[in-house]
Write a protein that binds this ligand. Structure first.
Ligand code: PLP
Length: 385
């Protein structure tokens, strides 16, 4: 059976070229980059090169890139570091109700330590208001943290515009760009964000490596104290092979960006159009234009998302559902709830996320299988009279 992996917003396959770039650092090039001798120096140069590759993808300078273990760590470092460095109290965090838990739960935790927290709502297309909140909420003691692209719907917030407003009010701006990096062009020389988080395993590098962009001149305390590594901001001997892998993945992402925006988005559109017209009572979730080229999120009225996933899995197709099985009941995702999607649609939301490794034949297979799965599940749905 051919397997079809359409869950690339959850994680991506490691690009063979990335793996190849990493292998020498798991074998012969084992030096500690802090060592003076040639074993160390050689490795240090490869870390420097990786920093340049990540920076190039973002339109940043290499010294603005800090390697971390994952996107969650990058997010934690910014939010906790911001609150820890307030002169009076813990400051204010403004975020949205559709953030990934790595921001949402961190902000909620910081609220219990004394920070003021505002969670902005979104409209029915998952879009954030762009002007209503700056006046009252943002001052020099405020960190605004908004995701660039939503992991469930792919909806893109107008980060350039919001970041400019926030900076105009004297606030700090962080974006969780874990889903955006490598999929859409990002140029931080033109977008005034202070901090940006990214994650290797969403861009065809392995799990366990991430990065944080910190604009030159912006201060953040270390999350890990200890040695001098990573500009004294993250102690611990560097994860050399994974850093090299992330660098290579960013270089490849730059090379493939145009393809991602044309071939991948046209496959996504073909899949979406077919599902919306061939499956009864199907509805697109999220803004149709302002979104990632690789993501579509569709609900099928009165069907459980997890049942769809299990049936797809039987056909070798991997997708994802917004609902999570908690304490025996299927709760719709916080993103669907924030968008005000009616319950009978929200708990069937199904995400298909493509990558540059997706093929037309794989899309054909999903188009062929989905209508009968939907029909079968609707027949046995307790919600249909
Ligand atoms: N932020 C977003 C938007 C994500 O989609 C994810 C992962 O799904 C994360 C943060 C967390 O990234 P990591 O798994 O590298 O910690």
């Amino acid at each position: 059976m051919e397997t079809v992996y359409l869950d690339n917003n959850a994680t991506t396959q490691t690009d063979p070229e990335v793996l190849e770039a990493m292998l020498p650092f798991l074998k012969d090039q084992y030096g500690n980059p802090s060592s003076i001798h040639r074993f160390g120096g050689m490795v240090r140069r490869h870390i420097d090169r990786a920093r340049e590759q990540v920076a190039a993808l973002l339109g940043a300078s290499p010294q603005e890139i800090l390697f971390t273990s994952c996107g969650s760590e990058s997010n934690n470092m910014v939010l906790k570091g911001f609150c820890d460095t307030r002169k009076h109290g813990r400051g204010t965090i403004v975020t949205s109700s559709v953030e990934h838990p790595a921001v949402r739960n961190t902000a909620r935790h910081l609220k219990t330590t004394g920070a003021v927290l505002f969670e902005l709502g979104v409209d029915s297309e998952g879009m954030i208001p762009t002007d209503s909140f700056y006046e009252g909420m943002v001052d020099s003691d405020t960190l605004v943290s908004l995701m660039w692209a939503n992991n469930e719907t792919g909806v893109l917030f107008p980060i350039e515009q919001i970041a400019s407003h926030v900076k105009g009010k004297g606030g700090m701006f962080h974006t969780d760009a874990v889903q955006a990096v490598g999929k859409i062009p990002i140029d931080l020389s033109k977008t005034p964000v202070d901090f940006l988080s990214l994650s290797g395993h969403k861009v065809h590098a392995p799990k366990g490596i991430g990065a944080l962009y910190i604009r030159t001149g912006v201060k953040l305390p270390p999350l890990l104290h200890g040695g001098h590594q990573e500009f004294g901001l993250r102690a611990g001997t560097e994860n050399v092979a994974y850093i090299v892998g992330l660098g290579k993945a960013c270089e490849l992402a730059m090379e493939h960006m145009e393809e991602e925006n044309t071939r991948v988005s046209s496959m996504r559109d073909r899949l979406e159009e077919a599902l919306l017209s061939n499956c009864q009572k199907a509805k697109l979730n999220g803004h149709k234009q302002m979104r990632l080229p690789n993501t579509t999120n569709i609900s099928f009225e009165a069907i459980e998302g997890e049942a769809i996933l299990l049936h797809l899995d039987e056909q070798g197709i991997a997708a994802s559902s917004g609902s999570a099985c908690t304490t025996g009941s299927l709760e719709p995702s916080h993103v669907m709830i924030a968008m005000g999607i009616p319950y009978t649609y929200a708990h069937s939301s199904t995400r298909f996320s493509l990558s540059r490794f997706t093929t037309d034949q794989q899309i054909d297979l999903v188009i062929k299988n989905m209508p009968s799965i939907v029909e079968k599940l609707r027949k046995i749905s307790p919600y249909v009279e």
